[in-house]
Ligand binder design. Structure first.
Ligand SMILES: Nc1nc2c(ncn2[C@@H]2O[C@H](COP(=O)(O)OP(=O)(O)OP(=O)(O)O)[C@@H](O)[C@H]2O)c(=O)[nH]1
Ligand SMILES: [Mg+2]
Length: 436
């Protein structure tokens, strides 16, 4: 069995199955392969010192002043979250920086005790400043700018972390870096001007405490970034070249039950709406071909402005990923969304995504009643022929399935295989056209 992965988030509906309990960010997680590719601190200790008259003078231009903009322009393909830098816990950054700084000795050959002490103090303060600032700069530079991300990943950031939160946290990290650089330089310079050994020692002690204090006080900034990195790295990885089936439908209609039957994905199944709180990935391997399956949160009949972030995630998948759609209809009256409401949403989604390959499924066929289900609150208007037909038998060509009795499952698997092969042809066509 292949691992499946999922991204979950905190929606507006109470949830009983929370993941990533320690994270301050909406929940994202599960059985995820991590591909950390970047390590920080490769370029630390790139200090440049000027020794003037046996004393230390902090150089005007440190690397920290030259925070470069990443080369701009190209939109990344999917997979940016797997390339995020590893963020070290703030306590580790501070501990390592202090250890390294305190090991710095004065420049050799300074005979005068006061000069030697102030040279050592200034060098240690400068080193501490850099050991703290360089990792922060690395993060700010290597977390991708949202504008260069694939639109799907951009939506994931907005919907899982909250609008603007990603930029805010990176902004806070940069602000902390700037503060450390400024305070570090100020104290190194003060130490370099000390007139006695004792004064130099005091200034060093004072400077170390000050820098350490600021960093410790602002450690939440780094912990927030760490949470973001964990959440984003745990998101399911979708390969755009592999045909993907996306299960869509109202909440509680049986989407996840079908994902379990069709693929390696093992989403939670419960008899209440919005059990699925994120995008879950599973795989199907058929005749040595590998396909992807995504489970999605349910869609209710309502205006886009009123949709919760869970529903918006589903729409993000449909809008930004070239998936085939397996649309699930529950006409048994069990799911909590009336057939007429399901019909409205179904028509809206079908009109909105006409280019997606499509297959309809009527679920829970074991509960299917001969008389069409009409909710007490809805209007059984006999003049609405299309709706009446939908209530009775679902959309034309729909496959009837039951995961309880296994009715229709073989037919469904064949239908899905055919659909995914068509999707594969579509992907190949697009690639060929691009090559031409
Ligand atoms: N009798 C019967 N019950 C089913 C069938 N398929 C699913 N169910 C039940 O329907 C309920 C909802 O199933 P899920 O698979 O969680 O539905 P979902 O569409 O993924 O729900 P959300 O994630 O909340 O949108 C569960 O109690 C399932 O046991 C079926 O074929 N027959
Ligand atoms: Mg579900």
């Amino acid at each position: 069995m292949r691992a499946s992965s999922s991204l979950f988030l905190k929606g507006q509906i109470p949830v009983t199955n929370l993941h990533l309990r320690n994270s301050k960010f909406p929940k994202g997680i599960l059985n995820v392969k991590m591909h950390p590719v970047m390590c920080l601190c490769n370029n630390i200790q790139t200090n440049s010192y000027e020794v003037a008259n046996g004393s230390y003078v902090p150089t005007g231009q440190t690397k920290e002043n030259n925070t470069k903009e990443k080369p701009s322009g190209k939109t990344e393909s999917i997979g940016a979250f797997q390339k995020l830098p590893i963020v070290m816990p703030s306590i580790d950054i501070l501990g390592s920086a202090l250890r390294k700084a305190k090991k710095i000795s004065p420049t050799k050959g300074i005979a005068n005790i006061a000069k030697r002490e102030r040279n050592k103090g200034a060098k240690q303060l400068d080193a501490l400043m850099k050991e703290l600032a360089v990792p922060l700069r690395t993060y700010v530079e290597n977390f991708p700018k949202k504008t260069y991300l694939h639109p799907y990943e951009r939506s994931l950031i907005e919907l899982t972390l909250g609008d603007g939160n990603y930029e805010k946290v990176l902004g806070n990290v940069d602000a902390l870096r700037k503060r450390i650089v400024s305070v570090g330089k100020e104290h190194a310079s003060l130490c370099a001007k000390s007139s006695s050994k004792r004064e130099a020692e005091e200034r060093l002690d004072e400077g170390l405490k000050k820098i350490e204090g600021i960093f410790a006080q602002e450690r939440k900034v780094i912990e927030d970034l760490l949470d973001i990195a964990k959440t984003l790295r745990a998101m399911p990885v979708i390969n755009l070249e592999t045909p993907t089936l996306c299960l869509v439908g109202a909440p509680n209609v049986g989407k996840s039950s079908l994902v379990r039957v069709l693929s390696t994905g093992k989403p939670e199944i419960c008899n209440y709406p919005f059990t699925t709180r994120g995008i879950l990935m599973g795989h199907i391997v058929l005749n040595y071909q590998r396909f992807q399956v995504t489970d999605t949160p349910g869609l209710l009949k309502r205006h886009d402005d009123d949709r919760n972030n869970l529903e918006k995630l589903t729409l993000a998948v449909l809008s930004h990923l070239p998936t085939a759609i397996l649309y699930v209809h529950d006409l048994s009256g069990e799911c909590g969304t009336s057939p007429s409401d399901q019909f409205t949403t179904f028509k809206e989604i079908k009109e909105r995504f006409p280019e997606h390959l499509w297959l309809d499924v009527v679920s829970k066929s074991d509960l299917f009643k001969k008389a069409p289900v009409v909710y007490a609150t809805e209007d059984d208007d006999p003049t609405q022929l299309e709706l009446a037909k939908y209530r009775k038998s679902g959309p034309d060509g729909a496959i009837y399935v039951s995961v309880k009795t296994e009715e229709g499952l073989n037919e469904l698997k064949c239908g899905v295989h055919e659909l995914l092969n068509m999707q594969m042809d579509k992907i190949n066509d697009i690639n060929n056209k691009q090559e031409e």
